[in-house]
Write a protein that binds this ligand. Structure first.
Ligand code: GLO
Ligand code: NI
Ligand code: NI
Ligand code: NI
Length: 402
């Protein structure tokens, strides 16, 4: 593989699940007690101390955060901005001291009640404005901290019922918001990548950024396909009825692969369970497609994973990340060995043979019509024999490398 393992994995710790998640679910409240929980500036700073201490223990090179994870909630936009700025100064100092880097920043446009009906797609233009202003502040913070990407997960951009929803209008609003983000990125000279994170449902019944294919159509519609890439999450791929590697491979094929949110939804999950990864063959297939696509350029492996409600001990948080890193390292090694061994490339080459021929190229390039093709098939007596696919052999291959 050349580079050291961790340079390929580019691990990041997610601030929200690690240091803010209190162990609640829709049926019960907080189960965790942490000394740094609290909604004032002193708690936010205590949280930053413990977060950077853990980042260093893990030797994770990166972290990621939402504004609302790291600063106390202010009474208005101006106070939010001041609070965030105070924390950005703390983070800048800590990055300097520890060598930790920011993989990406993002705005939480889903937690506060004002975003109950969405942010960019909210029917109220003042919510759109408040959301846009908040994104600006978070992009400034990300830029100041040398963030390598900026992420937009469409928190509540979706609908609860079509009967009160104007789909065309909401698509236009969402497209305008993303264009504002891209325009601002260029204005301030932010060199990082803008990433959209698809998810099919939860918290809304239907999320607009459903999956990679849907978001690609959206980007094309709004002229953004060369400006925006994807942050792909394992659990979201499963909820959309795909596999993680499907979403990664498709983004690679469309030229919009960016980064991953690593976690695990297993076959029983009906919602985003955000477990830490625990299945090496699955992880190996994901990294196989990432490596095949050239590896991470600006993205990385962000653990968007949280402790189970019963994991009361803070030590579990450290162990969960250690275990997750181990699973990813094993998956990456297996993926690299699959690529090195090379038999898959041979199978693929074999499977598509024949397309180099001039007649085949003419079909692909649109130089011949259906009439021309039919005439040639008849004249040459073309009558293809079935080709062997070796599915069973191929799908077992990964298990020989894990
Ligand atoms: C929720 C998402 C969420 C995002 C985060 C960063 O399901 O996975 O955690 O990753 O808001 O954009
Ligand atoms: Ni995520
Ligand atoms: Ni998620
Ligand atoms: Ni999450």
């Amino acid at each position: 593989m050349g580079k050291a393992m961790k340079d390929h994995l580019r691990f990041a710790v997610a601030y929200w699940h690690s240091f803010c998640w209190p162990g609640l679910d829709p049926f019960g409240g907080q189960t965790f007690e942490r000394p740094w929980f609290g909604d004032d500036m002193a708690s936010a700073k205590a949280k930053a101390d413990v977060a950077f201490e853990m980042f260093q223990l893990l030797k994770a090179p990166y972290y990621c955060f939402h504004d609302a994870d790291v600063r106390p909630e202010g009474a208005d936009f101006a106070e939010n901005t001041r609070n965030l700025q105070e924390i950005v100064e703390v983070f800048a100092r800590k990055q300097e001291e520890t060598g930790m880097k920011l993989l990406w920043g993002t705005a939480n446009l889903f937690g506060h009640a004002r975003y109950m009906a969405g942010a960019a797609t909210n029917p109220d233009p003042e919510v759109f404005a408040f959301g846009a202003a908040t994104i600006k502040t978070c992009m400034d913070a990300t830029h100041e901290l040398g963030g390598e990407n900026y992420v937009l997960w469409g928190g509540r951009e979706g609908y609860e019922t079509l009967l009160n929803t104007d789909l065309a209008r909401e698509d236009q609003q969402l497209g305008r918001m993303l264009n504002l983000v891209v325009e601002y990125k260029h204005k301030i000279g932010f060199k990082g990548t803008i990433l959209v994170e698809p998810k099919p449902q939860e918290p809304t019944k239907h999320q607009y950024d459903y999956d990679v294919a849907t978001v690609y159509g959206f980007l094309k519609r709004h002229g953004l396909e060369n400006e925006v890439k994807m942050n792909i999450e394992q659990g979201h791929a499963i909820l959309a009825g795909h596999s993680f590697e499907h979403e990664i491979a498709l983004a690679g094929a469309l030229g919009i692969f960016g980064s991953i949110d690593m976690n695990r939804n297993d076959y029983q999950s009906g919602w985003d369970t955000d477990q830490f990864p625990n299945n090496v063959p699955e992880v190996a297939l994901a990294y196989y497609h990432i490596l095949k696509n050239g590896g991470f350029t600006t993205g990385g492996t962000n653990f968007d994973a949280k402790l189970r409600r019963q994991s009361l001990d803070a030590e579990d948080l450290l162990m969960a990340h250690v275990g997750g890193m181990d699973i990813c390292a094993r998956g990456l090694k297996a993926a690299a060995r699959m690529l090195e061994e090379g038999s898959l490339a041979g199978f693929v080459e074999d499977r598509y043979k024949g397309w180099d021929a001039p007649e085949a190229q003419a079909m692909l390039k649109g130089e011949v019509s259906l009439d021309d093709i039919a005439a040639r098939v008849e004249a040459q007596g073309i009558n293809p024999k079935p080709r062997s696919g070796r599915q069973e052999y191929l799908e077992n291959l990964v298990n020989r490398f894990v």
